[in-house]
Design a protein around this ligand. Sequence first.
Ligand code: NDP
Ligand code: 2IT
Length: 444
Amino acid sequence: MGYVDEVLDLVAKKNADQPEFLQAVTEVLNSLRPVVEANEEVYRKNAILERITEPDRVIMFRVPWVDDKGKVQVNRGFRVQFNNSIGPYKGGLRLHPSVNLGIIKFLGFEQIFKNSLTSLPIGGGKGGSDFDPKGKSDREIMAFCQSFMTELCKYIGADVDVPAGDIGTGAREIGYMFGQYKRIRGMFEGVLTGKGLSYGGSLARTEATGYGLLYITEELMKCHGESMEGKTCVVSGAGNVAIYAIQKAQQMGAKVVTCSDSTGWIYDSEGIDVELLREVKEVKRARLTEYAAARKSAEYHEGRGVWSVKCDIALPCATQNELLLDDAKQLVANGCKAVCEGANMPTTLDATEYLQNNGVLFICGKASNAGGVATSALEMSQNSERLSWTFEEVDAKLKNIMVNIYHNIDDAAKQYGMEGNYVAGANIAGFQKVVDAMLAHGVC
Ligand code: NDP
Ligand code: 2IT
C-alpha cells in the first residue's frame, strides 16, 4: 500500500466518529499524491503525514454561564491547536449548536494549508463552542463570552495562538472576549483579530473574506478571458462572508440574485439590496423574511434552493456541505461557469468532482476564502508595530495576496500535470511550505 493510503486508513481508524475531519483529510491527502510519491522516502521516515493529521493539542473545556432567568447553562468549549510550524496558531472561533470536536478539527486542519497559502507567518488552529447565539440577549452573549475566555485565556497569546471570528462570532463577541482576556491576563495585546477599530482592529477586516473571494474570482475569470461585468451570481449565506461578497461582486458589475440563511432563501430579480440585507442580518439579527417583506422584487422560499437558480458564478458562503451532488448537476445543467467557495468545505467531495469533470472552474475555500485570515495577519502586523494602516492600504495588500494565491495554486497544479485543478494546486502549494518547516524543526 502507498504511503497516502496507509495514512488515510490510519486516520479513518483513529477518527471514525469525525466525518467532516475525515472528509477534509481525504481531499487533502488524495490531492497530495504526486508530491508524496516524489518524496516518499523522506516523508515516510519523518512521519510527515501522520504528524500533519494529528493536532499538536486539543483543548476541551466546560463553559458555565447564567441565563436571563438565573439558570446555569453549560456548553462545551474547544480550541484545536493543529500546527504551528510556520507561525502562531491562527483561526476563528465558531459558535453554533452543531459544533463538535470533528468539526473543529476539520476547520483547524484546513486552516494549516489556507494560512500557508496567504504567504504570511501563521499556523493552523480553530475553536468554538456548541453555544447557540440565536435568540440570546446581549447580557447572555456577554456572560457566555466571558466564561469561554476565562478558560481559553490560559492557552492563547499574541505570539502563541490568535483566535478570531467565524460563524456566530462577530465584532460583538470578539469585543467581550477581548475585554475578559485583558482583565484576567492584565495585558493589552493583539490576542484576537477582528477587533473593533477603537481597540486595535484593522480597517477592511470586516469586509476581507467576502472581498478577497471576489478578488480571486475576478482573477480566475480574467485568466479565462472573462470579466465579472454583467455576470449573474448566486450566493448562499447572509452573514459576514456573504454580505461583503455580494457588495464587492456588485461593485465589479455583477448581478447577485440570491442569498440564504439557515431557514430559507431569497431570489431577488432586481439584485440583492446589500444595505437592506445588512440592516436585517447585522443590525436587527432577524430572518430573511424581513428582507422579503421590505422589498417588492424579492421572493422568499423556505428551506434550501439557491443552486437551482440559473447563474454564471456560484459562491457558497454559508457552511460546510451545503452544495451537494444534485446541486452540482443543476448548476452544470444551467450553464454555471465557476464555483468559488467563500465558506469552509461547502461543496461535498462528489459534487466537487462533478463540477471539475464538467468543465466548471472550481476554487476551494482554503484558497478563495483566505482573504479573511490574511487580513487578520495584517491586523497582527499593525498591532505589533502599534500603528494602523488606511483602508486603501489594507485592501490593496488583500487584493495582492488573493491574486498571488490564484497564480500560486495555478502554477502548482501545472507543475504536477494537473492544470486547472485548483483543489490540488491549493493543497500542494499550501503543504510545501509547512512541510519544509516541519522537516527543518526535526521530530516534534
Ligand atoms: P456568519 O455567522 O456571519 O453567517 C453564516 C451564515 O450562513 C448565516 O446567514 C447563517 O444563517 C447561514 N447558515 C445557513 N445554514 C447554516 C448552518 N447549517 N450552519 C451555520 N450557518 C448557516 O458566518 P460567516 O459569514 O463568518 O461564515 C460563513 C462561512 O465562511 C463559514 O463556513 C466560515 O467558516 C467561513 N469563513 C469565514 C471567515 C470569516 O472571516 N468570517 C473566513 C473564512 C471562512 P443564519 O443567519 O440563520 O444563522
Ligand atoms: O475560516 C477562517 O479562515 C476564519 N474564520 C478566519 C480566521 C481568522 O483568524 O481570521
